[in-house]
Design a protein around this ligand. Structure first.
Ligand code: ATP
Length: 458
């Protein structure tokens, strides 16, 4: 079991330029985070691998990039205006705000708090004498329902402005484009639409670093299938999703599939499974996979008065497709891969090193170019860096002892390092060092490009 703490990960992420506190020079803005040079690469790689697996290599799916701002009727139809609420409770003593369902779950994780009504939650908190996690007092306000959508307005003249919302999920943009895509791409059911993009939720209690924030990115698939086949596809996408996590290097032991009990299911869902990751505080949701029935398309058909039925030309039938939705947060996966990969090792010579074990396809840099002696090998190294950069993300470091430079690359997950020495000048070969095994071998430029390309494949 991985015992890496949250503090270790946060410090690591900041120290190496993966994640910084948002608006830091102004004292920050609570729960916002900025992704630095390494973090933005890692994030991009996560999204690229997701797209590769779920669009490029999928026989079923195509991509979409829809607007964040949607016609506000969307959110009436989807149910977000009426029911995208979390139960909020305040401590009377210190005024800290909490999610009532989380207070109950933290008290006893076997209780299905998200299936409880407001009254049941209030009763439970009173009966079990639950204390404020902030100050320990046991006196709370009544619970209020709090809508999580960010409201804003569009338009420049006061009387023509319109209240709109920042999307709380990317999914609805997909449903709004179902007909466009089905027609223009001539897709036949079953098929899916993938979207990656920002979502916004005014979370009551953001926290755990980048795990729960108010601005985040989702990678979602809405998979449209024939009514009656949804169970089969639900099982299929659960397997595919889990396999993706294993393939990018998450250990099986750190994953758990949790099925929602019937009483926990959202009003639109007939089955939901969360893939949970073992974060430093315990298992928690990484990826939600929901069978959404024909709820969304039916609702949009009713509210828009546009026909969203699918015409099955082979069987000459018309129906509203059923939908399976795997929905994954980019930042939650980002946190999982850093936590999974972080390790501290003692080497044979007694030195310690941080080894960030990332799948090479996820690594911010694939290779580091290091001149053995700055003065002597610099020009050649810079030339090589330039040529390698055409193939993959390459970094260059000439400062300090070679051992220290290796350590830095080990710590940021660079799978390979190349040193340039006198021999390179003579015969055009370089030393390629493997981060994990620390083995070295000499290769020509063509050989090393081939070797690296082969090894960073996903
Ligand atoms: P939770 O129970 O943790 O609030 P949820 O069940 O509301 O999550 P979904 O609506 O299923 O989450 O969203 C799908 C995915 O989007 C989640 O599995 C998670 O990876 C990601 N996600 C949701 N809310 C946030 C958030 N506030 N910050 C970061 N990622 C999020």
């Amino acid at each position: 079991m991985n015992k890496v703490t949250m503090d270790t990960i946060i410090n690591y992420a900041k120290r190496y330029g993966f994640v910084f506190q948002g608006s830091e020079i102004y004292g920050g803005l609570a729960n916002t985070w900025d992704y630095g040079p390494l973090g933005s690469e890692l994030k991009k790689n996560i999204k690229d691998l997701f797209w590769k697996r779920f669009v490029q290599e999928s026989p079923y799916n195509v991509g979409l990039d829809s607007s964040i701002l949607l016609n506000p009727k969307t959110w009436e139809a989807s149910g977000h205006i009426d029911s995208f609420n979390d139960p909020m409770i305040d401590c009377k003593q210190c005024n800290s705000r909490h999610r009532a369902d989380h207070l109950v779950e933290n008290h006893d994780e076997t209780v299905l708090a998200d299936a409880m009504s407001i009254n049941e939650l209030e009763d439970y908190i009173r009966k079990h004498n639950i204390a404020c996690p902030n100050c320990g007092a046991k006196s709370f306000t009544p619970i209020r329902q709090f809508n999580l959508m960010f409201r804003t307005s569009q338009g420049v003249v006061d009387d023509s402005t319109q209240d709109i919302f920042l999307r709380p999920e990317t999914a609805q943009g997909i449903f709004l484009n179902f007909r466009n895509i089905e027609r223009t791409s001539r897709m036949k059911i079953p098929f899916g639409i993938v979207q990656i993009g920002k979502s916004f939720r005014n979370e009551i209690t953001p926290g755990n670093f980048i795990f729960r924030t108010r601005e985040f990115e989702q990678m979602e698939l809405e998979f449209f299938c024939k009514p009656g086949t949804e169970k089969e596809w639900f099982a299929y996408w659960k397997d595919e999703s889990r396999q993706f996590l294993l393939d990018i290097g998450i250990a099986e032991d750190n994953l758990r599939m949790t099925d929602h009990e019937e009483s926990q299911l959202s009003h639109y869902s007939d089955a939901t499974t969360d893939i949970e990751y073992r974060y430093p505080w315990g298992f928690d949701e990484l990826w939600g996979i929901a069978s959404r029935t024909d709820y969304d398309l039916s609702q949009h058909q009713a509210h828009s008065e546009e026909n969203l039925e699918y015409h099955d030309q082979v069987e000459n039938t018309r129906f509203i497709p059923y939908v399976i939705e795997p929905s994954l947060g980019v930042e939650r996966l980002f946190l999982s891969v850093l936590h999974e990969g972080f390790s501290e090792e003692t080497l044979e010579n007694g030195e310690t090193r941080v080894n960030m074990k990332l799948h090479p396809a996820l690594a911010p840099y694939k290779v580091a170019v290091l001149p053995l002696i700055k003065k002597r090998h610099r020009d050649m190294a810079l030339e090589l860096h330039k040529r390698l950069s055409k193939h993959f993300m390459t970094t260059y470091d000439e400062a300090g002892k070679i051992g220290k430079r290796y350590r830095r690359q080990d710590a940021i997950g660079t799978p390979f390092a190349i040193t340039i020495d006198d021999e390179s000048k003579e015969d055009g070969t370089y030393t390629l060092r493997d981060k994990d095994t620390m083995e070295q071998k000499r290769l020509s430029e063509t050989e090393l490009i081939e070797f690296i390309k082969r090894n960073i494949q996903f």
